[in-house]
Write a protein that binds this ligand. Structure first.
Ligand SMILES: [Fe+2]
Ligand SMILES: [Fe+2]
Length: 221
């Protein structure tokens, strides 16, 4: 496979004879230097889950794999890098994100994905930027990354595999379940749930249960 088939931006669609697997080899090597060993392994496992879900749902497998590989590349870094480089990701930081340290790495990761790894594909960058919270703008790629991050085989909770298997039949149904679990977990720790998460939940509910949502909305209205 030639690099031209990987439409992730000029940085990776280089006109040499380098194949996609060689590009991924380079990215994995760089990533292994950036991240600690466990975070690196989590990234590779997430990328693999992204790829199989992408295959199932007709999303470009390489784009999904790349999103999974890079989603946590901003871990362990401070927002200073965004200020220092006047990064465009700064415009996307809202007050709640600024005060929530756990959300910083995804904005840094989107920035590094652009500047260090040459990714220019807006959907991949958005999936990385908003992967901890989700976003109501998420299409299939963002949704797949959100799920893969939570359901990759390194996660140790009892029904992980069952949920992942179910995601091959009902992506949105499992997405609703995962959003609700993550929301419940945050609330149990006294942490704020970002409005983007609630928006994604609402959008997916409407897609999954349109009639039920229509009745509820008309009753509430
Ligand atoms: Fe993350
Ligand atoms: Fe992650």
């Amino acid at each position: 496979m030639q690099s031209g088939s990987l439409s992730v931006g000029d940085g990776l669609s280089i006109s040499s004879q380098v194949g996609v697997q060689d590009v991924f080899d380079d990215i994995r090597r760089d990533l292994a230097d950036l991240l600690d060993a466990e975070r690196y392994r989590h990234s590779v496992r997430t990328a693999r889950v992204c790829r199989v879900l992408a295959r199932r749902y007709g999303v470009d497998e390489e784009r999904a794999y790349l999103a999974g590989l890079l989603h946590d590349c901003g871990k362990g870094r401070s927002l200073e890098i965004l200020y220092g480089e006047r990064a465009r990701e700064l415009e996307r930081l809202d007050a709640l994100t600024l005060e929530t340290r756990a959300l910083h790495h995804s904005f840094i990761g989107a920035h590094l994905s652009r500047t260090r790894f040459g990714v220019e594909d807006a959907e991949i960058l958005d999936a990385i930027c908003f992967h901890p919270t989700g976003s109501d703008d998420f299409g299939l790629l963002g949704r797949i990354l959100y799920l893969a991050d939570y359901l990759e085989p390194g996660r140790k909770f009892p029904d992980r595999k069952k949920l992942l298997d179910l995601a091959f039949d009902d992506l949105n149904g499992v997405l609703i379940e995962v959003i609700e679990r993550r929301t419940t977990h945050l609330k149990s720790k006294g942490r704020a749930v970002h409005p983007r998460t609630e928006e994604l939940w609402r959008v997916v509910q409407e897609e999954a249960n349109p009639v039920e949502c229509m009745i509820r909305n008309s009753t509430n209205g």
